[in-house]
Design a binder for this molecule. Sequence first.
Ligand code: ME8
Length: 518
Amino acid sequence: MTGAFYATTPIFYVNAEPHIGHTYTTVVVDTLARYHRLAGEKTFFLTGSDEHGEKIAEVALELGETPQAVADRYSEAFSRTWQTLGFSFDRFIRTTDPDHKQVVQNILQKIYDAGEIDFREYEGLYCIGCERFFTERDMVGGKCPDHDRPLESRKESNYFFKMTHHFEWLIDYINSHPDFIRPDRYRNEVLGMLREDSGLGDLSISRPKSRLEWGIELPFDTDYICYVWFDALINYLTGIGYPDGPDFATLWGASQHFIGKDILKPHAVFWPCMLHAIGLEPYQRLNVHGFWNVDDRKVSKSLGNKIDPLVMRDKYGFDSFRYFLLRDMAFGTDSDFSEEALVTRINADLANNLGNLVSRTLNMTGRFCGGNVPEPGQPGAQEQAVADAAATAAGQVDAHLRSCEFHRALEVIQGLVDTVNRYLEARAPWKLAKQKAAGWQAHVNTTLYTSCEALRVLSLLVAPFMPETAPKILERLGIPDALATTRLPDDAATWGSLAPGTPTSKGAPLFPRIEVES
Ligand code: ME8
């Protein structure tokens, strides 16, 4: 096993059911986790639920339930949905898990003992939706732009983490590690937040129990609980066995967080400062994506315009939905969701292109080669061009995935499908089989071997993106267990491992064309 990869989604608030936004981040991490596993790296994928804080206490009060009951119900909804959708996470962490509580209290005590915490009175404007205080420059028209609700004026005494002491170190760190926060626009945004005139001060890390009891108690003052973001960020350490679990050091050294741009500040400022205060290296990389919008408004539970991933799965198949999410959003920028765009994408790329290549190749293999992978003749220039295109695609998909350019990786895969489709058109094996001119069988055998082998490569390349589809194609190619021993990108870049004589099968269309009622 070479290399390691530790990837996290945000832990989601337990105040509503999962929607397209949560699903997108989780699809991104799932795709990467699957790729890195296939690349032979020690991989850990963490997701979970963020259960404490005022937001949950507020919902519980409205519903007349305990916060614990609300947290149990929604946490279960997330973990069940993530399982139903087939995400390959290694742990679903809850911030109410006993090991997490212990880690949070250890870290609080450590920071307190190091003299990094003091007690002060503070007055400011708070957004319960974001669970954080706002500076003047964060507000739009006196409101939180994400939650569209007025901010609450707060004045109380609290414990503060002396976060500003770490700003100089953090600015240097960001400047000397160009890949720490990506894409670049977010790195620049964070440097802006850290400028002296930005108004970002120390971090209030407690809430008095007189106002909020739902949280982890401070180990050094039992009248207070821990601020929900301070508690939540630490899940990334608990999840892999901080401080002395057997895999902790390896995984932490390979840690990458994946988040939406709404939670950039806690991840890019609070979190590295907290890690620095406890003497841990920062995470390796923060990857920030944009918002899915509907009619130009962010999809969110509070705006009530959410798209349910289970409904999308039932209607279109989850692999197709995953494909759309990864293909239609350039990681980092916003995208508009519509079912029309989804259907257009599925029909064009999956039904007409990839799906069609699978069915025409296997149909012809059945009709002209007795259903077995044929023995090819000497490859000519056309075959060599397909083999070269496959090797190039394998390298490009690897590079694009490692830099979060999912849409580009899928473009490369579609480009390879196009190449093979064009190759088939140029070789026209159906014509030769019909005319039965001298040497037709050898020509057809070479052509269909090339096309079957290209399907093998394509299955390996799509496996992280479409984990249900890849095994179906491999099964039809007669190599159902191929993924168990696959090493990417090498096994996709190496041409010719499909053995002649392997029995293939046709199967039903992988992506039936979706007819739209007009
Ligand atoms: O912020 N488009 O949880 P949360 C894209 N508990 N992604 C979206 C999205 C949209 N319209 N809406 C939500 C929290 N997301 C905290 C996190 S982590 C230590 C604590 C995704 O339930 C995106 O990943 O509000 C965003 O960052 C996250 O859901 C916010 O989830």
